[in-house]
Design a protein around this ligand. Structure first.
Ligand code: NAD
Length: 431
């Protein structure tokens, strides 16, 4: 281990490197690094993004005025392969948030064993206020502006909050027009007709269930017959609830932004998904008792899947949680403080970087299929997903047992260990 002199590199002056999401990620990198006695030179590098790109995105709106939006792409680390991470359209997007999310993608891609570095992008915009034409114009101009920096072998964006397969189709088309030929591998999460993968839509929810099943098994229990509570009934939550009930679990409560529905005998998840497709939310669904989101989190159950927002379980409610197992479908639903309180109480927590990794794993499959122009059937996609996500879960579980720490710290350690080995082999930072 080398002793370090200070050259001032720790005097962070850039505002965006002080965003709470990024500071949280740095704390986790530090904790994971400590567990494996990581080289401080490696940690110093991993604690800074490699490249932060800011672009102005002028868009002609439907009223013919031009509005100039701000877009970002952060390429955090490429030790393990091309940058990979989603594009977020939200009014609160800023450089700090994007840096934090890009760091998390580096950690997640490493722990999942994927050949990717970490990246993330976004535009500060409320997409619900844009017409379809405005959203398309915005997406095309943003893609042009970041065009020199992305590509199937360089940096591969994907959907995130506020973007979807249609957005990816526009990105792929714009990039391909500028290159002069079709480059489907430049983004993932595309519609199946233009190079998307079967199984991508439900992949994150399915991954949540594969991991939950594995942890139940490890703890000498069974997902079948267990009582599950799911917060959030969007892409991740609804699929997680569906696949859990398909495997014989009793989903006793689910919720969305309109509140929760409880039924101790088990809810009909498929019927609820159809209801939401028709009515946009669970509001008005009456085949169960209505409860609030706060009450839902505190229900007595075998496993809780928080699949909505970040920070919903914190110091304020962690002591009152009755679930025995928590599988983080959303990004960051538990604060670091809550994780510590719950771990002490004996609650088993599967961290987001493993639990919701199903999305990026199937994105990886999409990229592989695009490069071969050979597409797999859905069973093949799902069985390969199962194999990768369970391996990652097992690696973290073993590390947690060996070091007597919680799964979040263990997963961080597994991630940093892989990055460190790769960096040393590449000769970037010899000891
Ligand atoms: P989504 O927009 O499809 O669904 C979000 C759900 O949460 C909706 O049902 C919404 O009504 C509900 N919700 C919003 N506010 C709520 C509140 N206060 N209480 C309860 N429910 C509330 O989003 P998604 O794609 O399902 O993503 C959910 C989370 O999972 C996010 O943290 C996202 O970053 C993460 N994630 C998603 C994927 C993916 O593939 N979609 C992959 C990895 C991580």
């Amino acid at each position: 281990m080398s002793s370090q002199k200070s050259y001032g590199e720790d005097l962070v002056v850039e505002e965006h490197l002080r965003h709470p999401l990024f500071l949280n990620a740095l704390e986790s990198v530090e904790e994971g690094g400590k567990l494996i006695n990581a080289d401080p030179n490696i940690l110093a590098r991993l604690k800074r993004p490699k490249r932060c790109i800011v672009v102005s995105v002028p868009v002609r709106m439907d009223d013919y005025n031009v509005r100039v939006f701000t877009g970002y792409r952060v390429q955090y680390n490429s030790t393990l392969g091309p940058y990979k991470g989603g594009i977020r359209y939200h009014q609160n997007v800023n450089m700090g948030e994007v840096v934090g999310l890009a760091a998390l993608m580096m950690i997640k891609n490493s722990v999942m064993g994927l050949p990717y570095g970490g990246g993330k992008g976004g535009i500060t915009v409320d997409p619900t206020k844009l017409s379809r034409t405005e959203k398309q114009n915005l997406t095309r101009r943003y893609t042009s502006e970041i065009g020199p920096f992305i590509g199937p072998n360089k940096d591969i964006p994907a959907p995130d909050v506020g973007t979807d397969p249609q957005t990816m189709a526009w990105m792929m088309d714009t990039y391909s027009q500028e290159q002069g030929y079709t480059q489907s591998g430049v983004v993932t999460g595309k519609p199946v007709e233009i190079g998307g993968s079967l199984g991508r839509n439900g992949a994150t929810g399915l991954g949540v269930v594969y991991v939950a099943e594995r942890i139940f098994e490890r703890l000498g229990r069974s997902l079948k017959g267990s009582r599950i509570v799911v917060q959030g009934f969007g892409n991740v939550g609804s699929h997680a609830a569906l696949y859990a009930s398909d495997r014989g679990a009793k989903v006793i409560a689910v919720s969305d932004v309109s509140g929760g529905v409880f039924n101790g005998d088990g809810l009909n998840v498929k019927e609820m998904m159809d209801y939401v497709t028709k009515n946009k939310s669970l509001a008005g669904y009456d085949r169960g008792q209505r409860i609030s989101n706060d009450e839902l989190l505190l229900l007595d159950c075998d496993a809780l899947f928080p699949c909505a927002l970040e920070g919903v379980i914190g110091a304020h409610n962690a002591e009152k949680i009755k679930a025995k197992i928590i599988v983080e479908g959303a990004n960051g639903p538990l604060t670091n403080e809550a994780t510590k309180i719950l771990h002490k109480k004996g609650v088993f927590i599967v961290p987001d970087i493993i639990a919701n990794g199903g999305g990026v794993v199937v994105s990886y499959f999409e990229w592989v299929q695009d490069s071969m122009s050979f597409f797999w059937d859905e069973d093949e996609v799902n069985s390969r997903l199962k194999s990768i996500i369970i391996k990652a879960c097992d690696r973290a579980y073993t590390m947690a047992q060996e070091k007597n720490v919680d799964m979040r710290q263990a997963a961080m350690a597994v991630s940093i260990d892989r990055l460190q080995r790769a960096m040393l082999l590449r000769g970037l930072y010899p000891r």
